[in-house]
Design a protein. Structure first.
Length: 198
């Protein structure tokens, strides 16, 4: 066994609202983040996800959008075009926040599902700051975590299929910060769960 010290991980729940399926042609309109907990040699310790949060609404980066995707968030593209934060400024602020809250731990982005949110977040970080505080692979997908613990196929996983005690009691509002906090609570419950349905 290696004597190398393993750094703890700080799990940061992130939710993205976007106006299309991929970044570049389409825009990330808002994103929220909440610290879910820390995992070290002694295991995972959850934190109150309302305590350390980050939220920004962004100026769109293109004229293209999918009306159905835009409708999910309820955000106003015309208003964001004039009042949204410039993406470069927002992503630099976010990177600084991640480094500040992480301290001596390695930050890990977590999402439900992580694939969509990570795609937008990582693309925006690289495009507008040139780097990611999570590295290129520092993300955790809660659907995969559940599937592994429950011993079920990944594609069968949905929140409706999960035991109710794992779910946050907060509503899923499609406001990025609300949903990041909700999903942080789901992560904490999943990390403590032994995989039984009771």
């Amino acid at each position: 066994m290696s004597s190398r010290t393993i750094k703890p991980s700080l799990y940061i729940s992130v939710d993205v609202e976007a106006d299309g399926p991929i970044p570049g042609p389409y825009s990330m309109l808002s994103f929220g983040a909440a610290v879910a907990g820390r995992q070290g040699a002694g295991g995972f310790v959850a934190t109150d996800p309302r305590r350390r949060t980050f939220y920004r609404e962004l100026r769109p980066i293109s004229e293209e959008f999918v009306p159905e995707a835009l409708a999910v968030s309820g955000l106003d593209r015309e208003k964001l075009a004039t009042q949204g934060t410039e993406p470069g400024a927002a992503l630099h602020q976010f990177s600084s926040w991640v480094r500040e809250v992480s301290g001596d731990a390695q930050p890990v982005m977590c999402g439900y599902p992580a694939s969509y949110d990570w795609t937008f977040l990582y693309w925006y970080l690289i495009r507008f700051t040139g780097a990611s505080p999570f590295g290129h692979s520092g993300c955790l997908d809660m659907k995969t975590l559940y599937a592994t613990k429950a011993g079920v196929p990944l594609r069968s996983v949905s929140k409706r299929a999960m035991p109710r005690h794992l779910l946050s009691r907060r509503p899923h509002t499609h406001h990025a910060l609300d949903d990041a906090i909700e999903q942080a609570e789901l992560l904490a419950n999943l990390m403590a769960w032994d995989g039984t349905t009771a």
